[in-house]
Write a protein of this length. Sequence first.
Length: 137
Amino acid sequence: MLKSIFLLIAAALCVFAGAADDIREVLRQQTDAWNRGDIAGFMTTYAPDTVFVSKEVTHGSAGVRERYEKTYSSREKMGKLTFSELEVRQVGPAAAYAIGHWALDRGAAAGGPVEGRFSLVLENRKGRWLIVLDHTH
């Protein structure tokens, strides 16, 4: 009996560790898409019903995409995105959060470098981790 309980706990820990790796992969996909100048590809990591919180609250991935396309209307304005100081924690079988630091390296003519912090809430939907809440400042 004790052996069975231990095996269940070990299996759960492996699932949680795998989720953190999967979420880090989602963030890697985001930076790769952004750095290609591919906002549509960047948006594939968002759930359709996502909420984006910054200076304003935007509901739905279509609105978030529109916001990005307006703010970053050229490849130069997009710059090069990096994430650092990542912390990922699974808080349930289908829920996790990630926090970290973001930075855009871009020339002065495109607005210069900018950086900030973010927190994300992700849900596992049909085997895919998707961002359902993005709080970026």
